[in-house]
Design a binder for this molecule. Structure first.
Ligand code: ADP
Ligand code: GLC
Length: 485
């Protein structure tokens, strides 16, 4: 199958979260399974294309935007260490600046940057003579590929047999902009924008809604989240839209790439280990603590957090209980994260107040994240909502027990460790409150000091969330979508 994957992120070239990992791991598996995926993302300023071996294709794309044309070039290369083709859409006006979306405040022209990629995707496929069976687009950034396919390109023989599949990675981000520019750049015109139309949402645009409505099939990244988002509590204002497409909505659990994430072979770990050499994991923890200036505390549980610092991730619960554990040395705490300023400030305060029991790295650091997945005993993910979550899966492979709230993909992957049955791979609580969270933390400490700890670690390490199963399910979904075309 020819799959054109259009996204704003792919790991390791441009990543702000799990979306990037999933776009990469799916294509890697499809390629292994004999399909032909290509990935199209923008050529962001920070991607060192030369160093990564990208070469100009010599193609200039003429991209219609409104009543005028704009131009872009295409670079071709491989996803590092794989055989997967990646094309970078080069347009310095839109993408030749630092950052993917702009932070802390988003770029003012993101609507235009998103539409440009969506429109260019069709021109790129034609210029490359790559006739896709499926255009697979991810999150609201690339959602407009769906109406563009259905309104303009299905009349084009080149795309007449192309299905459109839209994947929701996170419903909380929707792409709400003033309508006029979007309707102009897409060429659909304001006559298509009226109350209740597939482009309209409370007087503005909502790219997520538009993608959901126009796609042949809609997927999201875990079975539980696919059910949750059909209710008002999790639907972020789009539950009615999702119910309207309910018959075409499926939840496919994300997978992870074990070639990249394996404590036995991970080059980012100073000491490698597996389920049979857990003593080495303990050495790794001691080394990590010593390198960060913490000594004499190797016997305490090391609690890790690797996360975007946003409300979604349940950081408020952590703030509620953290000092209860730090002041009397009940655990050692390490965080790698970045995000909202008030959370960053809080963790900097913790670092200064408890220098002998906390390690805080504010920022994004891929190598350090591998080290912390390996060194930690537990990883906290008390999310308010979690479409899938990858960090709990990485943690488990590294013998680090996740402590999660039962929501979305966390529900689908983590089961409470029950000592009497020796079953389970982590710790789970249900209600979003600090008491229940704290109770789960206490359960994890009890296991830590018991002989069950290695059994629980072994259970976690034995889990298989490999992306090949997930990639196969997408192919089934693509075939299903093609039945409609
Ligand atoms: P989300 O996409 O909502 O942020 P996921 O759990 O799906 O959540 O994916 C998060 C990804 O980002 C994981 O690969 C995780 O290791 C990585 N990550 C998050 N924060 C950081 C950070 N500060 N440094 C390095 N990696 C990070
Ligand atoms: C989103 C979600 C996360 C999911 C990731 C990859 O960023 O927040 O739960 O794992 O996308 O699908």
């Amino acid at each position: 199958m020819n799959i054109l994957s259009v996204a704003f992120e792919v790991a390791p070239l441009a990543k702000s979260g799990g979306l990037a990992d999933v776009v990469a791991s799916l294509a890697i598996e499809w390629k292994k399974q004999g399909h032909t995926p290509i990935i199209l993302i923008p050529k962001f300023y920070f991607i060192d294309a030369d160093k990564l071996g990208f070469k100009p294709t010599g193609l200039t794309l003429v991209v219609p935007m409104g009543y005028w044309n704009e131009y872009a070039t295409l670079l071709k290369g491989k996803l590092p260490n794989t055989d997967v083709d990646v094309y970078l859409l080069e347009h310095n006006g839109y993408y030749g600046r630092d950052g993917i979306y702009g932070a802390p405040s988003e770029f003012g022209d993101n609507d235009r940057r998103f539409i440009f990629l969506a429109r260019a995707a069709f021109e790129a496929a034609k210029a490359l003579k790559f006739k896709p069976d499926v255009i697979h687009s991810h999150d609201y950034h690339t959602a407009f590929t769906m109406p563009l396919l259905k309104i303009y390109h299905r009349k084009d023989p080149f795309f007449a047999k192309t299905a459109g599949v839209f994947t929701i990675h996170n419903l909380a981000y929707q792409g709400r902009f003033a309508p006029q520019p979007t309707m102009e750049y897409t060429g659909f015109g304001m006559e298509q924008f009226y109350p209740g139309s597939w482009f309209e949402y409370y007087g503005g645009t909502n790219y997520m809604k538009t993608g959901i409505m126009f796609a042949d099939k809609v997927t999201t990244v875990s079975p539980t989240y696919s059910r949750e988002i059909r209710s008002p509590y999790f639907g972020e204002g789009l539950h009615d839209v999702l119910n309207a497409r309910g018959g075409d909505l499926v939840g496919i659990l994300n997978g992870i790439d074990y070639a990249e994430w394996n404590p036995k072979t991970d080059k980012k770990l100073p000491i490698n280990y597996d389920a049979n050499t857990l003593d080495k994991k303990k050495k790794l923890k001691s080394k990590f603590l010593a390198e960060h200036g913490i000594t004499g505390k190797d016997h305490l549980p090391l609690i890790g957090i690797i996360s975007r610092l946003t409300e979604q991730k349940g950081i408020d619960l952590i703030i509620n209980v953290l000092e209860d554990y730090l002041w009397n040395d009940r655990f050692v705490f390490a965080l790698i994260g970045s995000g909202e300023a008030h959370y960053q400030n809080y963790f900097n305060y913790i670092k200064h107040k408890y220098p002998n029991s906390s390690i805080v790295y504010i920022g994004y650091n891929e190598a350090l994240s591998h080290y912390l997945y390996g060194a930690s005993d537990f990883l906290l993910i008390p999310s308010r909502f979690e479409p899938c979550g990858l960090t709990q899966m990485y943690a488990m492979k590294y013998g680090t027990l996740p402590l999660v709230r039962a929501t979305g993909g966390l529900s689908d992957t983590v089961r409470e460790f029950i000592p009497s049955e020796k079953q389970g791979n982590g710790f789970v609580f249900w209600n979003y409150n600090a008491g229940d969270f704290q109770f789960a933390l206490n359960r994890s400490a009890t296991i830590y000091y018991s002989s069950d700890m290695d059994i629980a670690r072994n259970n976690a390490m034995a889990e298989d969330f490999s992306s090949n199963k997930c990639a196969e399910k997408y192919i089934e979904c693509f075939k299903w979508a093609l039945e409609k075309v």
